[in-house]
Design a protein around this ligand. Structure first.
Ligand code: SF4
Length: 662
């Protein structure tokens, strides 16, 4: 394997070891398994059993339950017996942080234990220490002594294990030795994996979660590469984006991280962590996995894809600047109004609100930059910020050549029958159907007004577009590229997953100077996202516009909203996460670019919220501790006033602005 995956040009599953978790086999050629985690107090047997069964009925193939103390771990016996007595044999997983003794109890009861290598043998004190090779080795021996008993218990009882690294909870040792790096994340797991292998224990699954999809994707890739180089084989991988949040943003962030890796054939089991009830995670997982079920039989002709970039380090492809597209400019959003009525009122869906009495436009933060009208003209003057793309055949009669730009197909561009713009021309290219001859004609032509709008349909369409952009990159051709993604899916959930996986995978590789999303409203059977409805999307154009901006936000290529890093909740959670997240969102939704962590407990919360600017963390029943970065600024304040106190903190730090229309 030259890089981190089997193929860059088609979906090919990464071969991994098979691991038995109770009656379930994970890895190898087995289906990608789906799982979730309970949010109840593990000592509350009735509630935990009931929620576990709801998750199983919803389709979970594994259910994880937190075991923060010996008492919780011991209660897993009762929980498991009652779940089994009701006829469910789904494997249960104990989630362990900081408590090896709880892990050693749980490993004798449930089918799998998850340990966090960042805190299994270490307490987090945020201390920096210089290690020599010798003193580092002493540390590894200390971990070996703490971890080996668990490995032996797992081996004896046939219990599987997940070594689950989280970006936000790397140990002080790892942070001191490797810094906050991908290598640090990978080494954190490798230290434990080497110890387990030395005991000839291989029932292991690994994960590299982070709340930032870019970090998460690259950490998994580096882990695959490291395992291949060191052991010549890979252990199965559990994929997840932590603290993704809820609603469409949570789904987009998760689908982008998971989808990017799954497109490359990486991933044997997945969890979508949403700040919603755990059973609502399952349909989203199922939709994600569904995309890959039918791929296995597919076979593209092999090509010699050699990345022009380092796939483990983010680097944006250098392009020319044409008008407001390309170079260092943020990716633009193109709204497709080819099937919509062109009225002033309809532009509200893409961020432009027409104020009739004043005869002017009010703008919001998620403003589409271009509207595509196909063969029509706008029957009014567009707002200054909005440019219009129309088909090349009608461009010659466009009312205003300053604001209108033509869209050609590759054929019509090469035929040169229709007049081009002197400033900017969009060329739509089907990456699978374009002939080699046409492509090389386009590449050899000298014209610096061209923007390529690349798309492909069917299986492996992301791969086909990536191959074309990589070729431009290799040949140092600086033509800006718009990523065009069309969804034929029948539900909003599936569309979100499709858009986020296809466009997200390319944005995370530094490709794309804009996105253009298209769907078919008439195909939609269910206009709501699964679980509770976060956004009532009655307007399809608004849905596509919001999705485009959410994808750019999740890839951190264009920030237009507040970012919420909220944990999915578990048995440790000290307040109603969904309610509080909603309350905080209502007050802070307009703080563009501010990252707010909302975490259920102080044990893991401060570490897990990683790069949040401000944190709202449960520190006891009815008590909240507020953070600025990693620093505590208000400790144990009453929950009743905590959201108000958070707003005060934002104001004190000059990140507050009054909401629009307040
Ligand atoms: S941060 Fe949230 S999900 Fe993580 S352990 Fe604490 S309460 Fe559970």
């Amino acid at each position: 394997m030259a890089h981190y995956c089997e193929s860059f040009t088609e979906y090919k599953r990464l071969p991994t070891r098979e691991v038995k978790v109770g009656n379930l086999t994970i890895g190898g050629n087995n289906p990608i398994r789906i799982q979730t985690m309970t949010t109840t107090d593990t000592k509350n047997t009735d509630e935990t059993v009931a929620q576990t069964i709801r998750c199983i009925e919803a389709g979970a193939e594994l259910v994880r339950i937190t075991a923060p103390s010996k008492r919780d771990a011991e209660n897993l016996r009762e929980i498991k017996d009652r779940v089994r007595a009701q006829g469910y044999d789904t494997p249960l997983v104990a989630d362990i942080h900081f408590t090896p003794n709880a892990a050693e109890i749980a490993a004798r009861i449930v089918e799998k234990v998850r340990v966090n290598p960042g805190n299994y043998a270490d307490k987090k004190k945020f201390l920096e220490k210089a290690y020599t090779d010798e003193s580092y080795k002493v540390e590894i021996d200390r971990i070996r002594k703490k971890f080996t008993p668990l490995v032996k218990i797992c081996k004896k009882h046939g219990t599987a294990m997940r070594i689950g690294t989280n970006h936000g909870s790397l140990s002080d040792r790892i942070m001191s030795r490797f810094g906050d790096t991908l290598k640090g994340m990978v080494e954190s797991a490798m230290e434990f994996l080497r110890i387990a292998r030395a005991e000839d224990f291989h029932q292991i699954i690994l994960s590299m979660k982070a709340s930032n999809p870019l970090i998460m994707v690259n950490a998994y890739r580096l882990l695959v590469k490291t395992m291949q180089e060191e052991f010549g084989e890979c252990y199965p991988l559990h994929l997840g984006v932590t603290e993704a949040g809820d609603g469409e943003d949570g789904r987009i962030k998760s689908a982008m991280g998971l989808g990017t890796l799954l497109e490359d054939g990486i991933g044997d089991t997945i969890r979508i962590s949403l700040t919603e009830d755990p059973e609502f995670e399952i349909p989203v997982c199922r939709d994600v996995v569904e995309r890959y079920k039918k791929r296995a039989s597919h076979k593209q002709p092999e090509t010699n894809y050699e990345p022009a970039y380092d796939p483990l380090t983010y680097q944006r492809r250098a392009t020319d600047v044409i008008q407001n597209i390309g170079g260092e400019k943020h990716p633009v959003v193109i709204a497709d109004f080819s099937e919509s009525k062109l009225t002033k009122e309809n532009l509200k869906a893409i961020g432009y609100r027409y104020m009739e009495p004043q005869n002017n436009w009010m703008l919001n933060d998620c403003l589409a930059d271009y509207v595509y009208t196909s063969g029509k003209y706008l029957p009014f003057n567009p707002p200054e910020e909005l440019k219009v793309i129309c088909d090349a055949q009608v461009y010659k009669n466009a009312p205003d050549k300053k604001n209108y730009f033509p869209l050609f197909t590759a054929e019509t561009w090469l035929e040169k029958l229709d007049p081009a713009s002197a400033k900017m021309n969009f060329i739509s290219i089907d990456c699978k159907k374009l002939s080699e001859e046409q492509w090389s004609q386009l590449l050899t032509e000298e014209n610096d007004t061209r923007i390529f709008c690349l798309f492909a349909s069917g299986k492996d369409s992301m791969h086909a577009v990536r191959e074309k952009i990589n070729e431009l990159w290799l040949k140092n051709l600086k033509i800006p590229v718009i990523l065009c993604v069309e969804s034929l899916d029948a539900t909003i959930d599936k569309q979100l997953i499709h858009f986020a996986s296809e466009a997200g995978a390319l944005l995370l590789e530094g490709m794309g100077n804009g996105i253009w999303l298209k769907n078919h409203e008439d195909l939609l059977q269910n206009p709501k996202i699964s679980g509770r409805t976060y956004l009532e999307m009655n307007d399809n154009n608004q849905f596509l516009n919001n999705t485009a901006f959410s994808i750019l936000q999740a890839s951190r290529t264009r920030i237009t909203k507040t970012e919420y890093i909220s944990c999915p909740a578990c048995g440790r959670t000290l307040f109603d996460l969904q309610e509080v997240t909603e309350k905080i969102r209502e007050r802070t939704y307009h703080l563009k670019g501010v990252k707010i962590g909302i975490m259920g407990c102080i044990v893991n919360g401060p570490g897990e919220m990683a790069d949040a600017d401000f944190g709202y963390v449960g520190s006891g029943p009815g008590k909240i501790t507020l953070y600025k970065g990693k620093e505590v600024v208000k400790r144990n304040i009453p929950e009743a006033t905590a959201v108000d106190e958070l707003i005060v903190l934002l104001k004190e730090n000059n990140v507050w602005i009054d909401p629009p229309h307040s």
